[in-house]
Design a protein around this ligand. Structure first.
Ligand SMILES: Nc1ncnc2c1ncn2[C@@H]1O[C@H](COP(=O)(O)OP(=O)(O)OP(=O)(O)O)[C@@H](O)[C@H]1O
Ligand code: SF4
Ligand SMILES: [Mg+2]
Length: 445
């Protein structure tokens, strides 16, 4: 820890304004389940005509299960439109789920009303993607960062102004800037203001929706490092949504990969990077530029996914990825693969996983779409894919499944260094969330 950082941590601790998670009564111990999500769904109705009859629904989040453990960082990645933000809004209860269950500290909060949710609002905070639209331009920084206290009727020790100034210094801003307006700050500084606001009520869980994607690349690392330091100092638990794998890689303990409203793989960070099992994960990882000039030939190993993500209004049958997967067979088209733990710490939803024993070996005939998709996959990848599966089949026969040797490692682990995302798409934060945010964090809906 640098001197400056140590000093900052010391100041924070001495003042006792933002205790570490676990120092206050009733907090979940590190490693235990803080948030549990079961069968979570959000379908946005599509209405038409004068009578506004419902004619369909956008299956934004379509049945996901995961848990977030106290003290960890769960990264969530996936292409634009796969439901990452909707998932973030569901777990912070900014959106009402269509189905499923959300439990926080063992308590069912799925359908809590405004009053029931009030104490929860202090525990779960959100950092929004766009620091330009998420801060109310008419309010001073002091008002913005102090809003959560006013909304929750909390009077911090020493008064709101003193506490806000302390929060500003915790996130590396000058406390003297209390009376300035958002337009006087750069993007990175504005995101620090958003972070200060999110931390005001000493939350247990912080959900950050693409916290750095609107920022200049040179500033991104600073903000990510700040979040990382704060996690260590304050014992925070994070869910960090990103389309940039490099951001997620460096800060996450576990990573969930989403595709069309589903989690297709959920694994410990190192396992996911060393031996990705879902073909989509592998494609996401291979689609990253490789900065090492010695490895420039590795470019040929890129997997270019064919076509766009299908519409979430009528997602493909069976495995949703079967229209773009180079391994898809008939069973992929007809039967949805469940998300199962194939190796300790690695859950995957796939009939023919990479780096693991085939789950449907009897089904060998590729779909036409798979043959077309395979044309876009480098021979090296296909060969490697066949090789790892073969090696595993042998290992299974020898009873060695799960060992490092059996699973092998892939090039993609290395090529994921300093990665950038496959889609690079940037979704503007909605007006709606800017307002929610400007009001000082989550609001009820
Ligand atoms: N309020 C809404 N009403 C109708 N459809 C919505 C609404 N919010 C999101 N959607 C749709 O739900 C799907 C998932 O959207 P979401 O914003 O969660 O994706 P995302 O993964 O965050 O994408 P991005 O990377 O672009 O931010 C999209 O098809 C989107 O158009
Ligand atoms: S192999 Fe089949 S189940 Fe696995 S991702 Fe491809 S289409 Fe889906
Ligand atoms: Mg989003």
């Amino acid at each position: 820890m640098s001197d400056e950082k140590a000093e900052k941590a010391e100041q924070t601790e001495q003042a006792g304004t933002i205790p570490r998670q676990g120092e206050e009564g009733g907090r979940v111990a590190d490693g235990e389940v803080l948030l549990k999500v079961t069968g979570l769904q959000k379908h946005f109705p599509i209405k038409k005509g004068l009578l506004q009859r419902q004619v369909g629904a956008v299956h934004a989040v379509d049945g996901i299960d995961f848990e977030v453990r106290a003290g960890e960082t769960l990264g969530v990645v996936g292409e634009s439109g796969c439901g990452k933000s909707t998932m973030g809004r569901l777990i912070t209860r900014l959106l009402e789920p269509t189905a499923g269950k959300v439990e926080f500290e063992g308590k069912d909060i799925t359908h809590l009303g405004v009053t029931g949710m009030r104490p929860m609002r202090r525990d779960v905070q959100m950092i929004f993607q766009d620091p330009y639209s998420s801060l109310n331009p008419r309010h001073t920084i002091g008002t913005i960062v102090g809003a959560p206290f006013r909304l929750q009727g909390v009077e911090p020790e020493g008064g709101i102004k003193k506490e806000v100034q302390r929060l500003l210094s915790v996130v590396g801003l000058n406390p003297e800037h209390y009376n300035r307006y958002p337009h006087e700050f750069s993007g990175g500084q504005r995101q620090r203001i958003g972070i200060a606001r999110a931390l005001a009520l000493k939350p247990k869980l912080v959900v950050a929706d693409e916290p750095v994607s609107a920022l200049d690349v040179s500033i991104q690392a600073q903000v990510v490092n700040l979040m990382d330091d704060l996690q260590e100092e304050l014992g925070l638990t994070y869910v960090i949504i990103a389309h940039d794998l490099s951001v997620v890689r460096h800060v996450s303990d576990r990573i969930a990969v989403m595709y069309l409203g589903k989690i297709v793989e959920l694994a410990d960070r190192d396992l996911l990077y060393k031996t990705p099992m879902h073909p989509y994960t592998k494609a996401l990882m291979s689609a990253v530029p490789i900065p090492d000039p010695k490895r420039k030939n590795a470019k040929s190993e890129r997997i270019l996914l064919k076509g766009d993500v299908p519409s979430p209004i009528s997602p493909p049958s069976g495995c949703r990825f079967h229209t773009r997967c180079w391994k898809a067979t008939e069973i992929c088209r007809t039967t949805e693969p469940p998300l199962v733990e194939l190796r300790p710490g690695q859950r995957v939803a796939c009939h023919h996983p990479e780096n693991f024993e085939d789950q449907a070996p009897q089904d060998t005939v590729l779909l036409t779409a798979a043959k077309e998709a395979a044309e876009l996959v480098a021979d090296e990848v296909l060969a490697e894919s066949a090789q790892t599966s073969e090696a595993l089949a042998t290992a299974v026969a020898d009873g060695e499944v799960g060992s490092e040797e059996a699973t092998g490692t892939t090039e993609s682990a290395e090529s994921a260094e300093s990665a950038e995302s496959a889609d690079g798409a940037d979704s503007g934060e909605s007006e709606e969330s800017a307002e929610e945010s400007a009001e000082g964090g989550p609001t009820d809906k």
